[in-house]
Design a protein around this ligand. Sequence first.
Ligand SMILES: C[S@@+](CC[C@H](N)C(=O)[O-])C[C@H]1O[C@@H](n2cnc3c(N)ncnc32)[C@H](O)[C@@H]1O
Length: 237
Amino acid sequence: MTAGTLYGIGAGPGDPQLITLKALEILKRIKFVFAASSTRNTYSLAVGIVSPFLGEDVSVELVGFPMTHNKTELRAAWRDNARKMLKHLRKGKDAAFVTLGDPTTYSTFGYIMQTIRETDPDVPIKIIPGITSYQAAAAAAGRVLAEAAESFTVVSGAMGAKGLEQIVDHTDNVVMLKIYKRFDEIMDTLDRLELGEKSVLISRCGLSNEEISFGSHYDNGLHPPYLSLLIINKMKG
Ligand SMILES: C[S@@+](CC[C@H](N)C(=O)[O-])C[C@H]1O[C@@H](n2cnc3c(N)ncnc32)[C@H](O)[C@@H]1O
C-alpha cells in the first residue's frame, strides 16, 4: 500500500487571512491533523488558527513535546509522536502537522520530519510554507526588513542577548524571536549597544490584542508575552 503524505503546514502567525491558498486547500480535505503542545499546555494556537477551515469528522490530536534539554527524553517523545502519525500514514491516509508561522522556522515540525524520515523513509513529506511571525510583524509595524544591499539576520533570544551580540556588527537588520524569557537582559543589551531607538517590539501580531511599541517605549517593568519579537533596523534614523 502506498503511504499517505505528511504535510507540514504553516498556519501563519495568527491572522487566519494569512493562511496560504495552498494550505487552505489541504486543510479542507485532510482528516488527520496534528499539532505540538508543550506537556504543560493543552492548547495549540496553530490549531486555533486553522480550525474554522477544517472539514467535518476531522481528528485533531495534540502531541506533547517535553520542556527539557534531555536529548534521550526528547528523542523518545519525537519517536512517540511520529508513531501516532505513522499509524495513519501507513494506512495510506494523509495527515497534516500544523505549525505557527512557517514550518521551517524554529518549528517542532523539523523534529517530526527528521524522525519520520529515519523511521519510514517511504512516507512522502511535503512542506507548505507559511508567513512567518516576523514578516507579519514587519508589515504591522510598517518596517522594512532589508533593502538594497542590506543584510538581515534572524536570531533566537532563548539564550538571552548572546545571539544578538554575536551578529550585531555583521548585519544591518536583526529579527529576534523568543525574547520573552530573557527580555530584561535583551533590552539592557539593546540600550548598551544604542539600538533601543532603532528597535520595535511586536507582541501577539495579528491577534486581537496585538501590541506594537517603537523605540524603548515599551512598558518598562512589564514582561511581554511569549508571542513577542523584536525588529532592529541599525541603519534607521
Ligand atoms: C517557536 S517560535 C515559532 C516561529 C514560527 N515558526 C514562525 O515562523 O514565525 C515562537 C516565537 O515566534 C514568535 N512569534 C510567533 N508568532 C508570533 C506572533 N503572532 N506575534 C509575535 N511573535 C510571534 C515569538 O518570538 C515566539 O516566541
